[in-house]
Design a protein around this ligand. Structure first.
Ligand code: DQA
Length: 209
């Protein structure tokens, strides 16, 4: 299991490194300016694996361009990162991105809790174009939380399962214990509601294990 420090400003890199995150996610949809140049500079400052994420507005981010716009932003910086997060809507570009030798996190975010069958179908679809499927869902009851934990425990690995929103944020500490490969955290400014700080999650996992 890897703890990912999700950052939206290059200045947060040092805090991510000192918090001893395993991976660093660069939320490119929250950054300004020459993104390829920024990512190249970040690459030169850390050996930690870097995840490039350009999150669409529909799935909780700020990017509003077309699929081709997405590729035009990502392609010039792929050589500086280790993994690229690709939403289903951008899947057409996955083979070209993968040809650069990076791993693909194939992601889907939705505000509700799918059925077990739907979760299995979503994961199968994500595995068609990515190395690690990532499914983030919205929970509305303890029963749905238990269903998500059971699904995560029984799903083929690797898989990343997370939640959307503040409700049932304890799931962020439990899902890694049930087999989720990546746990997304912040190092001062959350990139999504409900995130724990890297150090908080480390302490929680230490106590819960
Ligand atoms: O998909 C995810 C998970 C996330 O949305 C979260 O809820 O922690 C944070 C995003 O930066 C990341 O790409």
């Amino acid at each position: 299991m890897k703890i990912v420090a999700s950052i939206q400003e290059p200045d947060m890199l040092d805090m991510a490194v000192s918090a001893k995150a395993n991976f660093i996610e660069l939320r490119l949809d929250m950054m300004e300016g020459d993104l390829a140049g920024t990512v190249e500079l970040i690459r030169a400052r850390t050996v930690l694996p870097l995840i490039a994420t350009l999150r669409s507005r529909d799935e909780g981010g700020r990017f509003e361009g077309t699929s081709d716009d997405w590729f035009a932003i990502i392609e010039p910086l792929v050589r500086h990162v280790d993994l690229v997060d690709i939403e289903t809507r951008y899947r057409e570009h996955a083979p070209k991105i993968m040809s650069h030798g990076v791993q693909i996190i194939a992601s889907l975010h939705r505000p509700d809790m799918p059925t077990r069958f739907e979760l299995e179908q979503i994961a199968l679809e994500l595995r068609l174009f990515g190395d690690i499927p990532k499914i983030a869902v919205g929970l509305r009851s303890q029963a749905e939380l238990l269903d998500l934990l059971a699904y995560t425990s029984e799903a083929p690995k690797p898989i990343c399962v997370s939640i959307v929103g503040e409700q049932f944020r304890c799931a962020r500490a439990l899902l890694p214990l049930f087999g989720s490969e990546l746990a997304y955290c912040h190092v001062g400014t959350p990139t999504a509601r409900g995130q724990y700080h890297v150090e908080e999650l480390k302490q929680l996992l230490e106590m819960l294990r």
